[in-house]
Design a protein around this ligand. Structure first.
Ligand SMILES: Cc1ncc(COP(=O)(O)O)c(C=O)c1O
Length: 326
Protein backbone atom coordinates (compact mmCIF):
# COMPACT_ATOMS: atom_id res chain seq x y z
CA UNK A 1 0.00 0.00 0.00
CA UNK A 2 1.37 3.40 -0.95
CA UNK A 3 -0.01 6.38 0.99
CA UNK A 4 0.95 9.90 -0.10
CA UNK A 5 0.66 13.18 1.79
CA UNK A 6 -1.59 15.77 0.16
CA UNK A 7 0.05 18.37 -2.13
CA UNK A 8 -1.41 21.46 -3.81
CA UNK A 9 -2.71 20.58 -7.30
CA UNK A 10 -0.38 20.94 -10.29
CA UNK A 11 -2.42 23.92 -11.61
CA UNK A 12 -2.17 25.61 -8.21
CA UNK A 13 1.60 25.24 -8.06
CA UNK A 14 1.92 26.51 -11.63
CA UNK A 15 -0.28 29.54 -10.85
CA UNK A 16 1.91 30.29 -7.81
CA UNK A 17 5.11 30.03 -9.89
CA UNK A 18 3.65 32.38 -12.49
CA UNK A 19 2.55 34.85 -9.79
CA UNK A 20 6.01 34.83 -8.22
CA UNK A 21 7.39 36.20 -11.50
CA UNK A 22 4.89 39.08 -11.32
CA UNK A 23 5.86 40.32 -7.85
CA UNK A 24 5.70 44.10 -7.77
CA UNK A 25 3.27 44.27 -10.70
CA UNK A 26 0.40 46.18 -9.08
CA UNK A 27 -2.39 45.52 -11.60
CA UNK A 28 -1.60 41.77 -11.53
CA UNK A 29 -1.44 41.77 -7.71
CA UNK A 30 -4.88 43.42 -7.62
CA UNK A 31 -6.25 40.90 -10.08
CA UNK A 32 -4.95 37.88 -8.09
CA UNK A 33 -6.35 39.27 -4.84
CA UNK A 34 -9.74 40.25 -6.25
CA UNK A 35 -10.31 37.01 -8.11
CA UNK A 36 -9.30 34.91 -5.06
CA UNK A 37 -11.73 36.94 -2.94
CA UNK A 38 -14.50 36.53 -5.52
CA UNK A 39 -13.98 32.75 -5.46
CA UNK A 40 -14.21 32.74 -1.65
CA UNK A 41 -17.42 34.80 -1.81
CA UNK A 42 -18.86 32.41 -4.39
CA UNK A 43 -18.15 29.27 -2.36
CA UNK A 44 -19.15 30.65 1.08
CA UNK A 45 -22.09 32.81 0.01
CA UNK A 46 -20.68 35.69 2.07
CA UNK A 47 -20.54 39.17 0.47
CA UNK A 48 -17.03 40.12 1.59
CA UNK A 49 -13.80 38.15 1.86
CA UNK A 50 -10.11 38.84 2.49
CA UNK A 51 -7.20 36.52 1.81
CA UNK A 52 -4.85 36.60 4.81
CA UNK A 53 -1.44 35.18 5.65
CA UNK A 54 -2.70 32.22 7.74
CA UNK A 55 -5.67 30.69 9.51
CA UNK A 56 -4.52 32.14 12.83
CA UNK A 57 -4.28 35.59 11.19
CA UNK A 58 -7.95 35.19 10.23
CA UNK A 59 -8.81 34.24 13.82
CA UNK A 60 -6.91 37.29 15.03
CA UNK A 61 -8.82 39.56 12.63
CA UNK A 62 -12.15 38.05 13.74
CA UNK A 63 -11.34 38.29 17.45
CA UNK A 64 -9.92 41.83 17.28
CA UNK A 65 -13.46 43.03 16.56
CA UNK A 66 -14.88 41.45 19.70
CA UNK A 67 -14.55 43.23 23.01
CA UNK A 68 -16.18 40.95 25.55
CA UNK A 69 -15.67 37.28 26.49
CA UNK A 70 -15.40 34.61 23.81
CA UNK A 71 -16.83 31.11 24.24
CA UNK A 72 -15.11 28.06 22.76
CA UNK A 73 -15.86 24.30 22.97
CA UNK A 74 -14.28 22.43 25.91
CA UNK A 75 -12.61 20.07 23.40
CA UNK A 76 -12.50 19.44 19.66
CA UNK A 77 -11.91 23.14 18.85
CA UNK A 78 -8.69 24.77 17.65
CA UNK A 79 -6.03 25.66 20.25
CA UNK A 80 -5.41 28.92 18.37
CA UNK A 81 -8.82 30.19 19.64
CA UNK A 82 -7.59 30.14 23.23
CA UNK A 83 -4.06 31.35 22.42
CA UNK A 84 -5.36 34.28 20.37
CA UNK A 85 -7.93 35.21 23.04
CA UNK A 86 -5.16 35.23 25.66
CA UNK A 87 -2.91 37.28 23.38
CA UNK A 88 -5.65 39.86 22.81
CA UNK A 89 -6.62 39.87 26.49
CA UNK A 90 -10.11 38.42 25.97
CA UNK A 91 -11.78 36.27 28.61
CA UNK A 92 -12.25 32.65 27.50
CA UNK A 93 -15.37 30.70 28.50
CA UNK A 94 -15.67 26.98 27.87
CA UNK A 95 -18.76 25.32 26.46
CA UNK A 96 -19.33 21.72 27.68
CA UNK A 97 -19.77 19.39 24.70
CA UNK A 98 -20.50 15.72 23.96
CA UNK A 99 -17.03 14.57 22.86
CA UNK A 100 -16.55 17.88 21.06
CA UNK A 101 -20.02 18.12 19.52
CA UNK A 102 -22.21 21.03 20.66
CA UNK A 103 -25.48 20.11 22.36
CA UNK A 104 -28.16 22.65 21.45
CA UNK A 105 -29.87 22.73 24.87
CA UNK A 106 -26.58 23.14 26.73
CA UNK A 107 -25.52 25.87 24.30
CA UNK A 108 -28.69 27.88 24.87
CA UNK A 109 -28.41 27.57 28.63
CA UNK A 110 -24.67 28.47 28.65
CA UNK A 111 -25.15 31.51 26.40
CA UNK A 112 -27.94 32.79 28.68
CA UNK A 113 -25.89 32.17 31.78
CA UNK A 114 -22.40 33.31 30.70
CA UNK A 115 -23.31 35.93 28.07
CA UNK A 116 -20.27 35.79 25.78
CA UNK A 117 -19.93 38.24 22.86
CA UNK A 118 -18.95 35.50 20.44
CA UNK A 119 -18.82 31.73 20.00
CA UNK A 120 -15.88 30.25 18.06
CA UNK A 121 -16.29 26.69 16.75
CA UNK A 122 -14.70 24.51 14.09
CA UNK A 123 -17.09 23.05 11.49
CA UNK A 124 -16.06 19.53 12.52
CA UNK A 125 -15.42 18.83 16.21
CA UNK A 126 -11.77 17.70 16.19
CA UNK A 127 -12.11 17.18 12.42
CA UNK A 128 -14.03 14.03 13.38
CA UNK A 129 -17.71 14.98 13.73
CA UNK A 130 -19.87 17.57 12.02
CA UNK A 131 -21.24 20.32 14.26
CA UNK A 132 -24.96 21.19 13.92
CA UNK A 133 -23.91 24.61 12.61
CA UNK A 134 -27.31 25.82 11.41
CA UNK A 135 -28.94 25.09 14.79
CA UNK A 136 -25.97 26.68 16.59
CA UNK A 137 -26.32 29.78 14.41
CA UNK A 138 -30.03 30.11 15.15
CA UNK A 139 -29.41 29.92 18.90
CA UNK A 140 -26.58 32.48 18.62
CA UNK A 141 -28.81 34.81 16.57
CA UNK A 142 -31.56 34.59 19.24
CA UNK A 143 -29.09 35.37 22.00
CA UNK A 144 -27.27 38.18 20.12
CA UNK A 145 -24.00 36.21 20.05
CA UNK A 146 -21.63 36.38 17.06
CA UNK A 147 -20.90 32.95 15.56
CA UNK A 148 -17.42 32.53 14.09
CA UNK A 149 -16.99 29.20 12.27
CA UNK A 150 -13.49 27.95 11.53
CA UNK A 151 -14.07 26.21 8.20
CA UNK A 152 -10.50 24.99 7.61
CA UNK A 153 -11.87 21.46 7.24
CA UNK A 154 -15.13 22.12 5.43
CA UNK A 155 -14.87 24.68 2.62
CA UNK A 156 -17.04 23.54 -0.31
CA UNK A 157 -19.44 21.32 1.66
CA UNK A 158 -21.85 20.12 -1.04
CA UNK A 159 -24.56 19.55 1.60
CA UNK A 160 -24.39 23.22 2.52
CA UNK A 161 -24.34 22.51 6.27
CA UNK A 162 -20.79 23.73 6.88
CA UNK A 163 -18.80 26.79 5.70
CA UNK A 164 -22.11 28.29 4.61
CA UNK A 165 -22.35 32.07 4.90
CA UNK A 166 -26.12 31.80 5.41
CA UNK A 167 -25.53 30.42 8.88
CA UNK A 168 -22.25 31.85 10.14
CA UNK A 169 -21.71 35.54 10.88
CA UNK A 170 -18.00 35.16 10.18
CA UNK A 171 -16.06 32.34 8.52
CA UNK A 172 -12.34 31.91 9.03
CA UNK A 173 -10.14 29.24 7.45
CA UNK A 174 -6.57 28.12 7.08
CA UNK A 175 -5.43 27.25 3.57
CA UNK A 176 -2.10 25.93 4.87
CA UNK A 177 -0.94 22.33 4.53
CA UNK A 178 -2.74 19.94 4.72
CA UNK A 179 -6.16 21.55 4.48
CA UNK A 180 -9.25 21.20 2.29
CA UNK A 181 -8.15 24.31 0.37
CA UNK A 182 -4.58 23.08 0.23
CA UNK A 183 -2.53 26.05 -0.96
CA UNK A 184 0.39 25.35 1.39
CA UNK A 185 -0.02 28.62 3.28
CA UNK A 186 -2.48 31.45 3.84
CA UNK A 187 -6.05 31.66 5.06
CA UNK A 188 -9.15 33.77 4.72
CA UNK A 189 -11.93 35.56 6.54
CA UNK A 190 -15.40 36.24 5.15
CA UNK A 191 -18.62 37.87 6.32
CA UNK A 192 -21.70 39.60 4.96
CA UNK A 193 -21.43 42.45 7.49
CA UNK A 194 -19.36 45.23 5.83
CA UNK A 195 -18.84 46.95 9.20
CA UNK A 196 -16.66 44.06 10.37
CA UNK A 197 -14.03 44.86 7.75
CA UNK A 198 -14.27 48.64 8.12
CA UNK A 199 -13.44 48.46 11.83
CA UNK A 200 -10.32 46.34 11.29
CA UNK A 201 -9.13 47.72 7.94
CA UNK A 202 -5.60 48.41 9.16
CA UNK A 203 -5.23 44.97 10.76
CA UNK A 204 -6.58 43.24 7.65
CA UNK A 205 -3.99 45.05 5.53
CA UNK A 206 -1.25 44.09 7.98
CA UNK A 207 -2.29 40.43 7.86
CA UNK A 208 -2.90 40.21 4.12
CA UNK A 209 -1.55 37.31 2.07
CA UNK A 210 1.04 37.65 -0.68
CA UNK A 211 -0.11 37.73 -4.33
CA UNK A 212 1.47 34.26 -4.73
CA UNK A 213 -0.88 32.86 -2.06
CA UNK A 214 -3.84 34.66 -3.67
CA UNK A 215 -2.97 33.16 -7.08
CA UNK A 216 -2.73 29.69 -5.50
CA UNK A 217 -5.96 30.08 -3.52
CA UNK A 218 -8.02 31.12 -6.53
CA UNK A 219 -7.06 27.84 -8.23
CA UNK A 220 -7.02 25.45 -5.28
CA UNK A 221 -10.42 26.53 -3.91
CA UNK A 222 -12.02 25.05 -7.06
CA UNK A 223 -10.80 21.62 -5.91
CA UNK A 224 -12.23 21.96 -2.37
CA UNK A 225 -15.64 20.27 -2.91
CA UNK A 226 -14.10 17.14 -4.48
CA UNK A 227 -11.31 17.04 -1.89
CA UNK A 228 -13.86 17.27 0.92
CA UNK A 229 -16.28 14.68 -0.48
CA UNK A 230 -13.49 12.14 -1.03
CA UNK A 231 -12.23 12.69 2.54
CA UNK A 232 -15.71 12.37 4.04
CA UNK A 233 -16.52 9.23 2.02
CA UNK A 234 -13.21 7.59 3.01
CA UNK A 235 -13.87 8.32 6.71
CA UNK A 236 -17.44 7.01 6.41
CA UNK A 237 -16.09 3.74 4.98
CA UNK A 238 -13.42 3.39 7.69
CA UNK A 239 -15.86 4.25 10.50
CA UNK A 240 -18.26 1.58 9.23
CA UNK A 241 -15.56 -1.09 9.07
CA UNK A 242 -13.82 -0.34 12.37
CA UNK A 243 -14.92 -2.18 15.48
CA UNK A 244 -14.61 0.96 17.65
CA UNK A 245 -14.31 4.68 16.89
CA UNK A 246 -15.80 7.94 18.15
CA UNK A 247 -18.84 9.48 16.43
CA UNK A 248 -19.32 6.52 14.04
CA UNK A 249 -22.42 8.03 12.41
CA UNK A 250 -21.28 11.62 11.94
CA UNK A 251 -19.52 13.10 8.91
CA UNK A 252 -15.85 13.85 9.46
CA UNK A 253 -12.45 14.03 7.79
CA UNK A 254 -10.53 12.03 10.36
CA UNK A 255 -11.29 8.93 12.41
CA UNK A 256 -10.59 8.77 16.13
CA UNK A 257 -10.03 5.45 17.87
CA UNK A 258 -9.99 5.34 21.70
CA UNK A 259 -6.99 3.29 22.94
CA UNK A 260 -5.30 2.73 26.32
CA UNK A 261 -1.74 3.53 25.25
CA UNK A 262 -1.96 6.21 22.55
CA UNK A 263 1.78 7.04 22.44
CA UNK A 264 2.84 3.41 21.95
CA UNK A 265 0.05 2.57 19.51
CA UNK A 266 0.62 5.84 17.64
CA UNK A 267 4.30 4.94 17.15
CA UNK A 268 3.45 1.46 15.83
CA UNK A 269 0.76 2.85 13.52
CA UNK A 270 3.17 5.48 12.14
CA UNK A 271 5.55 2.70 11.16
CA UNK A 272 2.84 0.48 9.72
CA UNK A 273 1.02 3.27 7.85
CA UNK A 274 3.99 4.90 6.22
CA UNK A 275 2.94 8.10 4.42
CA UNK A 276 5.25 9.50 1.73
CA UNK A 277 5.90 13.17 2.44
CA UNK A 278 4.22 13.48 5.86
CA UNK A 279 2.16 11.69 8.49
CA UNK A 280 -1.41 10.70 9.27
CA UNK A 281 -1.40 9.80 12.97
CA UNK A 282 -2.01 12.16 15.88
CA UNK A 283 -2.39 11.14 19.49
CA UNK A 284 -4.78 12.33 22.21
CA UNK A 285 -5.63 13.67 24.78
CA UNK A 286 -5.35 16.94 22.86
CA UNK A 287 -7.65 20.00 22.89
CA UNK A 288 -7.76 20.12 19.07
CA UNK A 289 -9.22 16.61 18.91
CA UNK A 290 -10.50 14.87 22.07
CA UNK A 291 -9.52 15.00 25.74
CA UNK A 292 -9.23 11.24 26.21
CA UNK A 293 -6.56 8.66 25.25
CA UNK A 294 -6.98 7.95 21.54
CA UNK A 295 -5.22 7.83 18.17
CA UNK A 296 -6.54 9.77 15.17
CA UNK A 297 -6.27 8.61 11.57
CA UNK A 298 -5.88 11.95 9.79
CA UNK A 299 -7.44 10.90 6.48
CA UNK A 300 -7.62 14.63 5.59
CA UNK A 301 -3.80 14.63 5.26
CA UNK A 302 -3.79 12.11 2.39
CA UNK A 303 -3.79 12.69 -1.34
CA UNK A 304 -7.31 11.78 -2.49
CA UNK A 305 -5.85 9.52 -5.18
CA UNK A 306 -4.65 7.07 -2.55
CA UNK A 307 -8.06 6.80 -0.86
CA UNK A 308 -8.86 3.60 -2.78
CA UNK A 309 -11.09 0.88 -1.34
CA UNK A 310 -8.10 -1.48 -1.10
CA UNK A 311 -6.01 1.06 0.78
CA UNK A 312 -8.86 1.93 3.14
CA UNK A 313 -9.43 -1.76 3.86
CA UNK A 314 -5.72 -2.16 4.58
CA UNK A 315 -5.79 0.84 6.93
CA UNK A 316 -8.70 -0.75 8.82
CA UNK A 317 -6.93 -4.13 9.02
CA UNK A 318 -3.75 -2.41 10.28
CA UNK A 319 -5.67 -0.54 12.99
CA UNK A 320 -7.42 -3.74 14.09
CA UNK A 321 -4.07 -5.57 14.25
CA UNK A 322 -2.15 -2.82 16.07
CA UNK A 323 -4.87 -1.93 18.56
CA UNK A 324 -5.84 -5.55 19.17
CA UNK A 325 -9.47 -4.89 18.17
CA UNK A 326 -11.01 -8.22 17.22
C1 LIG B 1 -8.94 24.15 12.53
C2 LIG B 1 -7.71 24.98 12.35
N1 LIG B 1 -7.82 26.32 12.41
C3 LIG B 1 -6.75 27.13 12.27
C4 LIG B 1 -5.49 26.60 12.05
C5 LIG B 1 -4.31 27.53 11.95
O1 LIG B 1 -3.96 27.69 10.64
P1 LIG B 1 -2.55 28.35 10.22
O2 LIG B 1 -1.51 27.31 10.47
O3 LIG B 1 -2.77 28.65 8.76
O4 LIG B 1 -2.39 29.57 11.05
C6 LIG B 1 -5.32 25.22 11.97
C7 LIG B 1 -3.99 24.65 11.73
O5 LIG B 1 -3.75 23.46 11.70
C8 LIG B 1 -6.46 24.38 12.13
O6 LIG B 1 -6.37 23.04 12.10
Amino acid sequence: MELTFKNPAEETRQAMCDASLEMGNRPRTKEYRESAEENIEKITGHDHARVLSSGNAAIMAAMANIEGPVMIPDQGGWSGFRKMAEFLGRTVLYLPTSEGVVDEEILEEQLKQKKPDALFITSFAGYMAEQPVKAIFEICEDQGVLLVEDASGSVGDPEGNLANGDHSHVLVASTGSPKVVNVGNGGFISTSDPQKFQDTGFLLKTLQASPVTCAGLREEIKKAPLNLVKNIDACKFIKKELKTCLHPDKRGINVTVPVDEPKKIGRTLRQALNVKGGGMITTCPRYDRIKQPAVCLEIKNLDINCLTRDNLQEIVATVHRVTGQV
